[in-house]
Design a binder for this molecule. Structure first.
Ligand code: CS2
Length: 489
């Protein structure tokens, strides 16, 4: 079967919608760092819609941070890929054309820098995951013990990490008199614009305080809340793309129909008309961010650890168990109670929609994937709402339940047989293997910057976690779940 490319695009079956604009006439305006499934189903899709609606030179140079093969596949397919929207009514295929070509930061850092220094590039977007920035959450600055940050700070060769690349490109642009680009963080972190901005400034200052000041004064870093459930590609994704498009696509991505993007509108040098695909521009992203992180992502982590510990591979398998759904609903309720009112958002309706999204039977979202990097995810998803709930004397059972399951999950061998995937895996495993519930909890509390001190200090929190850890060592999780479900119902 022929491979999807610009040449074969005309032959793509009628069951797939091609890009609705002349790709050859549009120039590059964005560099994106982190060329994974999420970027394809989210920013690349929104940018495609923006160019279809309003034109503009906003094609994207996609940068894979480490994976050469992904970049090669993109170039072989002239940047084209199939997006499969899998909803209750079936699957819709669309060919996305917004990516111009791709590079790999690990092997082509000089070409990435060159792209970032192009004056036509006005926006740099990032999805490198929570841990991918190398920012120390305790200090807000870069973590010099992170190997990529250490490499890039040494300046012996071209930078290969997101922060090093952005700062070096900004320095060159300043020296050449080119206006800085806008840096738009699209990872699931609270106040992600300020988060990345602090990392950039700290990195720059370590080498040149004046550059740090220039970045602080001139580089816009709007925050954004991103949302679209997008599992990693499977063999079936590619087969389905073949069946619907009549071409072979190594880059096909499957995703849910729902998508949301809420963005702070600070783009002094311009931006695509992302509102064409429904993006919301607002002055205040923070409230949307905590809603999404605490409701969607927090429940996702709960589902992931329950699923992993009970041998359930996909999110939909967890949701198919009525008792587990009750526990997810309890989490949504307790997390919702920690949120400020959001004008225009009906939170109960949002929660119902989440349940339906988690249940989507055609999305194969692995609980193992979501269970990864707990030390990077739980602070904003679980510990922050726990802290708010404690401050108002609200319910915390579900936050303690997720935290306790996670601690249990980090022990020795994982249920799936896979190695614990977390940048702090060694420390977490040591803490989880410490023996008694008290020793386990103390081990996790000793990990710097993880559990906030106000949470650790709460007798209510400690009691709930210690009780759960004791129960987990006494009986199977299924029995604990039954009892929790009865209480929550
Ligand atoms: C998930 C997210 O992997 C995870 O931790 O919770 O990737 C989630 O699917 C997205 O944030 C949905 O927008």
């Amino acid at each position: 079967m022929t491979r999807l490319s610009a040449q074969t695009l005309a032959a793509v079956a009628e069951t797939a919608a091609p890009p609705q604009y002349d790709r050859a006439a549009r120039r590059v305006g964005i560099v994106h760092l982190g060329l994974g499934a999420f970027h394809k189903a989210h920013q690349a899709f929104y940018t495609d819609a923006a160019m279809a609606a309003q034109g503009g030179d906003w094609k994207i140079i996609g940068v894979s941070m480490r994976n050469e093969e992904v970049a090669a596949d993109f170039n072989e397919q002239d940047g084209l890929f199939t997006m499969l929207e899998k909803g209750a009514e079936g699957t819709r295929a669309q060919i996305i054309g917004s990516i111009d070509h791709a590079l790999c930061a690990r092997t082509q850092p000089d070409q990435v820098l060159q792209a970032l220094c192009d004056e036509n590039v006005r926006v740099v977007t990032t999805t490198v995951t929570e841990k991918g920035y190398g920012i120390d959450r305790a200090t807000g600055g870069v973590d010099p013990s992170n190997p990529v940050i250490a490499h890039d700070l040494a300046r012996d060769s071209a930078p290969v990490g997101a922060i090093g690349l952005i700062v070096t490109a900004l320095e060159r642009r300043r020296d050449r008199g080119i206006a800085p680009f806008t840096v738009l963080c699209c990872d699931n972190l609270p106040d992600n614009g300020a988060f990345l901005r602090a990392g950039l400034i700290d990195f720059a200052r370590r080498h040149d305080p004046a550059l740090g000041q220039w970045i602080a004064d001139t580089v816009p870093c709007p925050s954004s809340m991103v949302d679209r459930i997008t599992p990693a590609q499977t063999g079936e994704t590619r087969a389905l793309a073949r069946a619907l498009t009549g071409t072979d696509d190594a880059l096909a991505v499957e995703t849910e129909p729902f998508h949301q993007w809420v963005i702070e509108d600070t783009f002094p040098t311009g931006r695509p008309a992302w509102e064409a695909a429904g993006a919301i521009f607002t002055e205040d992203v923070a409230a949307y961010e905590s809603m999404k992180l605490r409701l969607l992502n927090g429940s996702h982590s709960l589902i992931a650890y329950m699923g992993q510990l009970l041998g359930k591979t996909y999110v939909r398998d967890v949701m198919a168990d009525p008792c587990l759904e009750v526990i997810v609903r309890r989490h949504l309720q307790q997390a919702a109670a920690t949120l400020p009112a959001l004008p225009g958002i009906d939170v109960p309706q949002y929660c119902e929609a989440l349940i339906a999204r988690f249940r989507n039977p055609s999305i194969a979202h692995e609980t193992l994937q979501i269970a990864s990097d707990g030390s990077e995810k739980l602070p904003q998803r679980i510990f922050a709402p726990a802290s708010d709930a404690l401050a108002t004397d609200g319910p915390i059972d579900s936050f303690a339940f997720v935290a306790g399951l996670w601690m249990w999950y980090c022990r020795g061998e994982l249920p799936s047989g896979a190695a614990l995937n977390d940048p702090r895996a060694d420390g977490l495993r040591d803490a989880a293997d410490a023996g008694t519930p008290e020793a386990i909890l103390a081990g996790f509390e000793a990990i710097e910057g993880l559990i906030p001190s106000d949470v650790s200090a709460s007798p209510r929190w400690r009691g709930a976690i210690l009780g759960l850890l004791q129960e987990l060592s006494d009986k199977p999780l299924a029995r604990i779940i039954e009892a929790t479900c009865e209480q929550a119902d």
